[in-house]
Design a protein around this ligand. Structure first.
Ligand code: ATP
Length: 431
């Protein structure tokens, strides 16, 4: 049964920006003149209750969302445009221009879903169903609430599944016993919310998580969604994510052969520290690969390529993971590198993220890695191919050789200024 009436108008006004609030009121007016019941739903409601500003505004219409989206566009022709329509799910993305700001909202119809088999994508059974059916298909109680935006009950909370109390008690609770089996990506979503909000898994949810991970029933799961959730969780750059990921066997969703390192806490903290220290060398969107990469360095390149394939990683993401494994294999050799150029050559061609994974695994290489990333990698020679042509040389393999020699000499500190480089080149030509 829903809770006694809870109205969150004040909380809503505090949580969203002024322009977003305007959009919500515009939708409210449209909902009443359409007329149809319209709600703010899911994570947006959770964040209103927590008091955190939410930027993805999901709106659910108890009926046909596409008709409502067209109605909004017609009612506010100067400020509202439909950006995308997804016929299959009956959803639309709209953009409002308010005070020169673009505000996006997602509009969906209430829908009932089922899972044809564990790990599959859900099948839409009905669009425009009762609100209860729509919230029941969601992941956790904290994400299953709706906030009316119709005028007569504006900001009244509908909480069929106890989400409000779970937020107050800081609990993550699934909505039915087969939730994780249906969609194991929810295990990683739970991990993200636990760490982000400092919540705990509710007792029976914890048991269901263990059962799902022990069952190994996730061969059919969609790697692309696992990747998306892993990325969001590990990109928080919080060591607790890795600790729980390993200690609670969640890693099995990626690969069951991952070895749990001796000191999980140390390794996780090291990942966080390294990502922060070298932030400017990293793409922020790749932080998660540092955490994943340190767990895979002992695997063969084929095995890593397999994992990358299953997770739908891009070419560059795969290159980070395989690069880290190649570097780890060469770690002893790199320790022996003595000249600047030898150090440069050891790392040349590897992405910074791969090099940082090596650093976490082999801290004694820190000095060499710093030299490479902070100094050698930035060294450029002034001479170009055109300069060599101007000196009377014919383009060919010799060009690469000469330019390579120049770079080597410059990295080894044999010259630094443009003038000195010219002299060095002249001497080379002489030979
Ligand atoms: P975040 O703040 O990280 O964006 P969110 O809860 O808003 O979190 P979304 O991924 O945008 O996350 O999902 C929106 C809503 O859709 C969720 O709040 C939840 O109700 C529902 N949802 C998302 N993923 C799932 C899932 N795997 N299973 C069931 N419901 C889901």
């Amino acid at each position: 049964m829903p809770n006694a009436r809870i109205n969150l108008k004040k909380e809503l006004e505090n949580a969203v920006s002024e322009n977003m609030l305007k959009v919500i009121y515009l939708c409210s007016e449209a909902a009443d003149s359409f007329p149809v019941s319209v709600f703010l739903i899911g994570g947006a409601v959770r964040d209103v209750i927590i008091g955190k500003n939410h930027f993805d505004t999901d709106i659910t219409v108890q009926g046909d969302a596409l008709e409502f989206a067209c109605f909004l566009e017609k009612k506010y022709p100067d400020i509202c445009k439909i950006k995308e329509i997804h016929d299959k799910f009956g959803t639309a993305k709209l953009v409002f221009s308010i005070n020169n700001q673009q505000i996006d909202i997602d509009v969906a119809g209430t829908r009932k879903e089922t899972y044809p088999y564990p790990g599959s994508l859900p099948k839409v059974e009905e669009i425009g169903c009762e609100l209860y059916e729509d919230v029941k298909r969601r992941d956790f109680s904290i994400n299953s609430m709706a906030l009316s935006i119709n005028k007569n009950d504006f900001a009244d909370l509908t909480d069929y599944l106890g989400g409000y109390d779970d937020i107050k008690n800081k609990k993550i609770r699934v909505l039915h016993p087969s939730s994780f089996i249906e969609d194991p990506t929810r295990i990683i979503r739970a991990l993200k919310f636990r760490v982000r909000f400092d919540y705990e898994l509710e007792e029976s949810t914890k048991i269901l998580q263990n059962k799902c991970l022990d069952s190994g029933m996730f061969d059919n799961f969609c790697g692309e969604r696992i990747k998306s959730e892993l990325k969001q969780a590990f990109n928080l750059n919080r060591p607790e994510i890795m600790e729980i990921f390993l200690q609670e066997n969640i890693y099995k969703l990626v690969n069951k052969d991952i070895n749990i390192p001796e000191s999980v806490q140390n390794l996780a903290e090291n990942c966080e520290k390294t990502a922060l220290e070298y932030l400017k060398f990293l793409k922020p969107d790749f932080i998660w690969l540092i955490y994943l990469g340190v767990l895979l360095t002992d695997f063969s390149q084929e095995k890593i390529a397999d994992i990358a394939y299953n997770l739908y990683l891009s070419g560059i993401e795969t290159e980070i993971l395989t690069g880290a494994a190649i570097l780890s294999e060469k770690a002893e050799e790199i320790e022996q590198a003595s000249s600047n150029y030898e150090i440069y050559q050891s790392f040349e061609g590897f992405l910074p993220e791969a090099i940082l994974i090596l650093l976490i695994k082999t801290p004694q290489l820190k000095e060499k890695i710093n030299l490479h990333l902070k100094k050698f990698k930035k060294i450029k020679i002034y001479t170009t191919g055109q300069n060599l042509i101007d000196l009377g040389l014919k383009p060919g393999p010799l060009f690469g050789e000469i330019l390579g020699k120049l770079l080597k000499a410059k990295i080894n500190g044999e010259f630094s200024s443009k003038e000195e480089e010219k002299k060095f080149l002249a001497a080379q030509m002489h030979h």
